[in-house]
Design a binder for this molecule. Structure first.
Ligand code: WTA
Length: 663
């Protein structure tokens, strides 16, 4: 496969450099010819009548009762969609495909770390979801109850989510990379009644005990009545009589038939905690009808999905919104066949992704820029060893993709024939908001291009809120959309304050800066708040700071996101120690360990800078802007508002010494 002109180091490098001057790539003709949407008129139609457009998308779902009103905007920003309508999410994801006679279609080609394969069909899901839904009912779970889910990438995670949806319970999934402490916190905030977890989880050939770790921290949570344990790895799981149950045992004991009950369109479907500006994570609440409408429509049209022939692979984790919307709900609503990979991109070997693309003849791949940059670093020879000719469309999500990575993705993985959809959205938006439609929109490397039909985005002036035609400002969404968050769980005021205070209750403040170019294309720049994006994982600086100060020797900490070649941003922490203690490598490791324990390994600071003092205003506020300047080696901004301007000189000196050491 590999000839040096296409995959070889230097010539490829040269080729990518040349391509950097190409401004735009039109949809390739062969792609356009077969695309579901190929007429730009769709944008105009949705702009003229957004409610009509969304109603049309909603009609693709199966409703037990049709809605009375498409959009109820009587009480902004608390919008309601499809009011009066009733439906069941799990029925739409599973039963209706079985009833249509495609029950033996594979929903997931699941592949385990050790090479095990499980093909889970829609009929399999139908059987398992009903049993588990009944088992949850037997445990006393009722509509509106919160059920925590802390599981690795195994099919049971999908079954658990759908079983909740089937009986109107609200799932609260916690990403497997979060620590048990984080799980506890999220169970506490949401007052979860049940937690579904696993005996142990595999990661790169090792098995980590999960149930035992959860037990260590969960003990005194009064609201948590039950823990359900999936036996996945066979590792020993301590069980508490009366509270803990094995998943397989309660499923076996449950009735196999659980009719899907219709729920109101605005019935809560799930909460997903995400990081905001403070240490307390925000419980993003999504409801049923609008969310399902948004994810089904975007999944179909952005990925040009042909469920009969496509093999779709979203290489995210189910524990993030990307997994919720584009591994579970979107693909299942559309009857897609997906690949589900349990493991890491470099285990058992660095070519595993490409081995899986070849093995399952994947046609669509949806991944994060961090992964793409990592593959770039490993070299084009690896993917060159596999047959990737089945691929026809590539997607990117989670962080800005730099033009060079975009071009590498297009050239090396997509063989120049696959359009790239760079999709911008958030946990809060539920579904993709800014993205090309691959059969219509010409792409520009690094730009997420245009709002999806029916979505209204603007770049506005930071101070006046006036739209900017061409230039940089704050990204906002100016009209409600079906899959928008409805509130922050139990924190309505914080919801209004965070998203709708700055420019009024009808303008959703995204929290990203963006630029709009002369063609009206959007270029996402990055967060404007204290949220850091490490490898597409969203973290708050305050969250990491509060973990660091939990270390007994730390007096104070200030955390910033620093640009990083591999992970987009990396965490740098300025730390002041107590008393006379020296900042040694041992202390560095201890601090990193505290962060791993309280949040998760992925949140550990990459760099720790010892500071005798931190730059503070006279009112005592830490000026992170100055810390960012100093960490990035930029000229310092205005320091006159500092209580003690001398602090910055001392810090600069420390950084220089540190760099000398690193060299
Ligand atoms: C960033 C992930 C640039 C952005 C789906 C946003 C992106 C945050 C893109 C949301 C993209 C996501 N280009 N930046 N295509 N997609 N982001 O909630 O800063 O985990 O606000 O949702 O990721 O992260 P979240």
């Amino acid at each position: 496969m590999s000839d040096s002109a296409t995959t070889g180091g230097e010539s490829l490098e040269h080729e990518l450099e040349t391509l950097l001057s190409v401004e735009r790539f039109d949809p390739p003709e062969p792609f356009k010819e077969q695309a579901l949407l190929d007429d730009p008129e769709v944008y105009e139609r949705a702009r003229r009548d957004p409610q009509g457009w969304w109603a049309e998308q909603a009609a693709a779902l199966d409703w037990s009762r049709e809605w009375d009103t498409v959009l109820d905007d009587a009480n902004p920003p608390f919008y309601k969609w499809f009011t009066g309508g009733k439906l069941n999410a799990s029925y739409n994801c599973v039963d209706r495909h079985v009833e249509a006679g495609i029950g033996d279609r594979v929903a997931y080609h699941w592949r385990g770390e050790e090479g095990e394969e499980r093909d889970v069909t829609y009929a399999d899901l139908h059987r398992d979801v009903q049993r588990f839904a009944n088992a949850l009912k037997d445990l006393g779970v009722a509509p509106g109850d919160i059920v925590g889910i802390y599981l690795p990438m195994i099919p049971e995670v999908v079954v658990s989510m759908l079983a909740c949806a089937r009986i109107g319970a609200v799932h609260n999934v916690v990403f497997g990379g979060f620590s048990a402490e984080s799980v506890r916190e999220r169970m506490e905030f949401s007052e979860a009644k049940v937690l579904i977890t696993v005996d142990g989880a595999r990661r790169k050939g090792r098995t980590a005990p999960i149930k035992a770790t959860v037990d260590d921290v969960m003990g005194d949570l009064a609201t948590l009545e039950t823990i359900v344990v999936v036996r996945s790895t066979g590792i020993d799981a301590p069980m508490t009589d009366g509270r803990d149950h094995f998943y397989d045992e309660i499923c076996d004991a449950a009735d196999p038939v659980c009719p899907p009950e219709p729920f109101d369109a605005e019935h809560p479907l799930f909460i997903l905690y995400t990081s905001g500006s403070t240490a307390k994570p925000k419980g993003i609440l999504h409801t049923t009808g609008g969310y399902l409408t948004g994810v089904a429509a975007t999944h179909r049209h952005v990925f040009d999905l042909k469920p009969e022939s496509d093999v779709y692979w979203c290489a995210a984790d189910v524990g993030w919104i990307t997994g919720h919307s584009y591994i579970v709900y979107g693909p299942l609503l559309n009857g897609a066949t997906s690949v589900m990979w349990e493991g890491a991109p470099d285990f058992p070997h660095q070519g595993i992704w490409w081995e899986l693309v070849e093995r399952y003849k994947a046609t669509i791949l949806y991944a994060a820029p961090t992964a793409i940059r990592t593959f770039m670093k490993w070299g084009a020879e690896l993917p060159g060893k596999y047959d990737l000719s089945s691929l026809r469309l590539l997607g990117s999500v989670g962080e800005p993709i730099n033009p060079k990575a975009w071009l590498w993705y297009r050239r090396v993985i997509g063989g120049d024939r696959c359009p790239i959809v760079d999709t911008w959205w958030q946990t809060e938006t539920g579904a993709i908001m800014i993205t090309p439609l691959p059969g219509i929109v010409a792409t520009k490397p690094g730009s997420a291009t245009l709002p999806f039909p029916g979505i209204f985005a603007e770049v506005v002036d930071e101070s006046t809120g006036e739209p900017i035609d061409e230039g940089q400002g704050l990204l906002v969404l100016t009209q409600p959309w079906p899959s928008m968050l409805r509130t922050l769980y139990k924190e309505d005021d914080r919801f209004v304050e965070t998203y709708f205070a700055r420019f009024g209750e009808r303008t959703y403040l995204v929290g990203d800066a963006a630029r709009k170019d002369k063609d009206g294309y959007f270029w996402i720049i990055g967060r404007i708040d204290d949220v850091v994006n490490v490898s597409g994982h969203r973290l708050s600086t305050a969250e990491v700071e509060s973990a660091i100060v939990a270390h007994e020797r730390v007096a104070e900490a200030a955390v910033i996101g620093q640009s990083d070649e591999d992970t987009g941003q990396a965490i740098a922490a300025f730390v002041t120690l107590r008393g006379e203690i020296e900042g040694t490598d041992v202390v560095v490791e201890e601090i990193r360990a505290v962060v791993a324990e309280r949040i998760g390994r992925f949140a550990r600071p990459k760099r720790i800078i010892w500071a005798d003092d931190l730059p503070k205003t006279r009112s005592g506020k830490i000026m992170r802007r100055l810390l960012r300047d100093i960490a990035e080696g930029r000229a310092l901004g205005d320091v006159t508002t500092l209580r003690d301007p001398g602090v910055m000189g001392a810090l600069e000196q420390k950084i220089k010494e540190g760099q000398a050491q690193e060299n």
